[in-house]
Design a protein around this ligand. Structure first.
Ligand code: ADP
Length: 720
């Protein structure tokens, strides 16, 4: 729909301050447009808007039994042009208003004054409506109506206008030809609106100052918004008007016929719309100069142009990439050490790299036979690829074979392996044959080397097999020797056990008789005899100790040392051991200090063996200490549940390199024939084995000349 908008600047035009001046202004315009009814009516409505604040109004006139719209303000011009209202029914509110002497107030939803009909629907829209009759000087019935919203302040102006407009109508309608002309005009106007609305591009008519006079439906969407429409839409419309005015003023400077681009906002969606504006100036004898602008939406066109531009850029980039790829390919072909030859479909060479050129072109300073050699190479190569040229042209078909070429300069034979592949076009035609020649001299050399290597490897394998067999024999021998040794060891242990047993019986008898003699069973002994008997006794006991130790170690080795478990207090062991060695302690004149641990729980272990170990440790301490003292300490570690008995002396000490060795069988630090200390070297070996059997171990802390500490640790509970 087209809206006849108020000329915006008109509303700001300064009018004479007195109401007479204002009225004079209207009457003057009546004189100027003295024959134009629609123009006079329109000017009247504009005048009302300015001087009486009537923003929406419409002027209708009676013509051949109906009311027709002639002018409107703040309503769609098209609606005004098309408005028709029959006057056949006297009860109709508008018909009634026409004959009423005073203005009629029509209310929506109420029945009309006379016949109970609803308020008519007019371009003025819903809501209250005041219908002011426009009368001539003599007529009773009004010639037309002025329709407007009630509540107008300047009532004086309104009634004055109704009177002068009525008189003007009477003057103009009195002429039959004018009424006819008005009808024609209305018809043409409606046709015009239909035409411009049918155009999908926005069309606007503006005056020279950018004020909108007429716009088609498309343009209205962009440039017009009623008060009832959303804030956002009104803002967008306002912005569009500003942008459009700016564009028009620019085109006024730069020439109106030039097509210009104009970026507007879509008031419904808020998106950007790009238009091309074509403006041309029109001259109207009545309206003066105006500008018709046609806006062509080129948003999609622009997008398409941008897309095409982008595609073009991509194409350029691809082209550049393809060129770079081709250069790279050339570079690769040239840098490949193997000769590469490209031939066309008839076998003509089209491309070859440097190594190929060395084989198939005559060098610049040719040797005598060079030309012949090149020809021979050519012939060999041609006969190789001829099979591919005539054969089927399946894409990807390859041929592989050996060719005997020669070095053109030196005539040295070059055996090559040739691999040729077809390049077939999309239509299946043979485009080219690419052949790569691979110098086989190195490969052949490698084959011969490989053969030599294989012979050497076979020989080596045979030797390794022989050595392995020898080793197996040796192993078998060793295994047998080990078995024999084991048997011998077992026999030795058995022998030692037997011998010890055999020694012990007569030795015990010797000791028994010696004891009896010393007791005086055979009469009083003279002192020299007693002394000699005592020597026999002492040496016999020493021998018994040695025999017992040998027996112990053989028993342990044979696994015949049974563990006798019992519960006992570890603290009791210490005084017992001290008592047993009392004579030795007394002889040594050393102080032996016990340190007990009353908190230690009762042990469940082999009491006799624990005692034997401690006895051995204490007797060693006594043997290897000449001054100072000895301490036997019992300790209990409740965290680990382990009990320890340590024997610390201030004796000769043991050098670190002997710490492990002294636990070996028959080992003594000093094992020379002239050694100072007696003993078998079995005590610690037995003690360590016993400790292990009890679930414990013996540790040593000692250094030469600074005494030693032997510590036996055993668990509270012997292992099962
Ligand atoms: P034996 O005392 O019968 O020679 P042992 O096995 O008991 O045999 O001891 C082996 C060796 O360890 C001894 O000969 C001695 O050299 C050394 N040894 C043992 N206990 C001590 C000690 N408390 N102080 C110094 N040396 C020791």
């Amino acid at each position: 729909m087209a809206t006849v908008q108020p000329a915006r600047s008109l509303s700001r035009t300064k009018v004479p301050s007195s109401s007479e001046a204002a009225r004079l202004e209207l009457l003057e315009s009546y004189i100027i447009h003295h024959e134009d009814l629609a123009r006079c009516a329109q000017l009247s409505l504009e005048w009302l808007a300015r001087h009486a604040g009537v923003r929406r109004s419409m002027c209708v006139v009676a013509d051949e039994g109906r009311l027709i719209g002639v002018a409107g303000r703040g309503v769609a011009a098209e609606d005004v042009a098309l408005f028709e209202w029959p006057l056949s029914d006297a009860h109709d509110p508008l018909t009634a208003a026409l004959s009423a002497s005073r203005p009629t107030l029509l209310r929506p939803g109420r029945t009309g004054g006379n016949g109970g009909r609803p308020v008519p629907v007019t371009p003025m829209g819903a809501g209250q409506l005041a219908a002011i009759p426009l009368r001539g000087r003599d007529d009773d019935t009004a010639l037309g109506l002025l329709l407007l919203r009630p509540g107008v302040e300047a009532f004086d102006h309104l009634s004055w206008l109704a009177t002068v407009l009525g008189h003007k109508l009477e003057q103009l309608l009195g002429r039959g030809s004018l009424a006819e002309e008005l009808r024609k005009l209305r018809h043409e106007r409606s046709l015009l609106f239909t035409i411009i609305n049918a155009v999908t591009d926005p069309i606007l008519l503006t005056d020279t100052e950018g004020r909108l006079i007429v716009a088609n439906a498309r343009a209205e969407k962009l440039f017009a918004a009623g008060e009832e429409e959303s804030e956002g839409r009104r803002r967008a419309v306002e912005l569009n008007n500003m942008l459009f005015s700016a564009a028009l003023s620019r085109s006024a400077v730069e020439g109106p016929s030039e097509a210009r681009e104009l970026l507007l906002v879509d008031p419904s969606e808020g998106s950007d719309l790009l238009f091309e504006v074509l403006s041309s100036t029109v001259e109207d004898p009545r309206e003066g100069t105006g500008i018709v602008s046609v806006l062509r939406n080129i948003t999609d066109l622009r997008r398409a142009t941008e897309q095409i531009e982008e595609n073009y850029q991509q194409l350029r980039a691809l082209e550049a990439a393809a060129r770079a790829e081709r250069d790279r390919l050339n570079l690769i072909i040239d840098s490949v050490a193997d000769p590469i030859i490209v031939t066309d479909s008839v076998g003509q060479t089209v491309l070859m790299n440097n190594p190929a050129e060395e084989l198939f072109t005559v060098p610049s300073d040719p040797a005598e036979s060079a030309e012949r050699n090149v020809q021979a190479n050519d012939a060999h190569f041609s006969s190789f690829i001829s099979g591919l040229l005539v054969g089927d042209t399946a894409p990807g078909a390859t041929r592989r074979g050996d060719i005997g070429l020669v070095n053109p300069q030196t005539s040295e034979p070059i055996p090559v392996e040739a691999i040729a592949g077809k390049v077939v076009s999309e239509t299946g035609e043979l485009g080219a044959v690419v052949t790569i020649l691979h110098d086989r001299r190195e490969a052949l050399e490698r084959v011969s080397l490989y053969e030599q290597l294989k012979v050497a490897s076979d020989e080596l394998q045979a030797r390794v097999q022989a050595a392995t067999a020898e080793l197996a024999t040796q192993n078998e021998l060793l295994r047998r020797q080990a078995i024999e040794l084991e048997q011998a060891s077992r026999l030795k242990s058995q022998f030692l056990a037997n011998m010890s047993h055999e020694f012990r019986t007569p030795l015990n008898a010797i000791l028994g008789y010696t004891h009896m003699l010393l007791q005086g069973v055979a009469g009083e002994l003279s002192p020299p005899v007693r002394r000699q008997l005592q020597r026999i006794d002492s040496n016999g006991r020493h021998l018994l100790t040695i025999i017992n130790e040998i027996l112990d170690i053989t028993r342990i080795e044979a696994g015949k040392m049974p563990i006798q478990l019992s519960e006992f207090n570890v603290n009791e062991i210490v005084p017992e051991v001290m008592a047993e060695l009392e004579p030795v302690v007394a002889r040594s004149k050393l102080a032996v200090t016990p340190k007990l641990a009353p908190e230690a729980p009762p042990l469940r272990n082999d009491r006799q063996k624990v005692k034997q170990i401690v006895l051995n440790l204490l007797s060693n301490a006594l043997k290897f200490t000449h001054q100072g003292g000895i301490e036997i300490a019992v300790q209990y570690d409740s965290g680990t549940g382990v009990v320890s008995i340590s024997v610390t002396d201030t004796g000769i000490g043991i050098a670190p390199e002997h710490h492990e060795r002294i636990f070996e069988d028959f080992r003594q630090v000093d094992d020379s024939p002239s050694r100072q200390y007696g003993g078998t070297g079995l005590g610690l070996a037995i003690s360590r084995r016993l400790a292990a059997a009890l679930g414990g171990r013996i540790a040593l802390r000692s250094s030469l000349g600074h005494g030693s500490t032997f510590t036996l640790t055993i668990p509270v509970e012997a292992p099962q």
